[in-house]
Ligand binder design. Sequence first.
Ligand code: NBP
Length: 483
Amino acid sequence: DLADIGVTGLAVMGRNLARNIARHGHAVAVHNRSSQRVDDLIAENGDEGDFRPSHSVEDFVASLAKPRRVIVMVKAGPATDAVIDELTPLLEEGDIVVDAGNAHFEDTRRREAALKEKGMHFVGTGVSGGEEGALLGPSIMPGGSRESYEALGPILESIAVEVDGTPCCTYVGPDGAGHFVKMVHNGIEYADMQLIAEAYDLLRQGLGLSPAELADVFDEWNSGDLESFLVEITARVLRHTDARTGRPFVDVVVDEAEQKGTGRWTVQSALDLGVPVSGIAEAVFARALSGAADQRAAVQAKGLAGPTGGALEGADAEGFVDAVRQALYASKVVAYAQGFDQITAASEQYGWGVDRGMMATIWRGGCIIRARFLDRIKQAYDADPHLASLLLDDYFASAVADAQDAWRRVVATAVHLGIPTPGFSSALAYYDGLRRDRLPASLVQGLRDLFGAHTYRRVDAEGTYHVLWSGDHSEERQDHIDQ
Ligand code: NBP
């Protein structure tokens, strides 16, 4: 009588995932490098289901039914490679190794290729929802071979969170697709949080609202189009009072945002793919600026000039709360549109065939970015699977059209008041850039041709051209020199 699946790596995530699997009626083999974690799991949660503990990798592998399904849930990076190297000599062709940690998708591609050589399947899967999600139902984004999903999908779908009866787990695509999509999900999370933070800042500085008053504003927003986990918890954080000082909690927290790296990975990948994810990039940079403590202190000490006016008053203040709500929504549409563009570009580059509507579907539960909004994205891709931008979907196009006056007012006000809104401003600049029939990129091309003979294309004729800038300024066609 062998186990259906195994989990190795029983720190918080692996332990909760194993418990989730056991609670759903699967026999789960459990293993960890240091045995104590195995013993603790059995002692504390052993009655929750059918656990098969092992103290050695050999026993662990031997306790699994074939084809063996092994979930690796250890620290991302070298530890994952170490565990894979330990496991593979004990496995056979057709066995499936699942990396459920937060691996970089390029590492997943490398590992998948290496295991494929041995006839084994390697599944890099995004798992979202943190500790609690792992136990009660995460969103799961598995990549790898279709064949491996046949064997693995039913178990994963059984432990994933469900929204409207649909499990938040689906086959994403080959090799690194699952980890890639999880990475972009995290990048979007960065952008979303930055936009929320800007909305808070604008209303607090611009209108002088207190954190408690702002908690009410976010609560109200959470009953409309902005309904989401992040907006809900923003209200909770803003309402929280520090027990030690009686001050608003946000005022006692050091204002330096940290990052573990997935936002940075997303932007690095976007740069490689040439996709403008300005919303995510601005969010990563805003965290970097907040963390530049020495520089900020030096600027505080010297003081740099800013606008002299105070908070908004009279007509300027009128309707500003709702204007910020609309600006937040429009900026959020842009940030998500950009994130989905990045998934599209990678899917094309790597031949993944990612179904974007399904990604929106499986992010509706478990994920930090879970939101009502994702249903709209799903509907947009259902209506047109080849949609060139989310901004072109009728619903989003009209939502942004309705919001645009408010959006422009908010960005202009932020500039007047000297309140930094890199998320709101860059989203608007992106939107306006996309709208323009002619961009000043023509001048950039002209400059490149002058200083570097980089050539340009004409609006009225085929071919690439160069102006003899240091000669008689005549134009030469460059693309059929050897004809
Ligand atoms: P950690 O990331 O803290 O890793 C600890 C685990 O890795 C322990 O089981 C440890 O074994 C094992 N390990 C290490 Br470290 N080096 C090893 C090696 N050379 N050989 C074998 N095992 C080794 O655990 P976690 O916080 O549970 O996270 C697990 C994964 O899930 C990570 O990739 C993390 O990024 C990801 N994660 C995801 C979320 C999410 O929301 N999706 C949240 C948190 C973490 P030991 O007990 O013997 O030291």
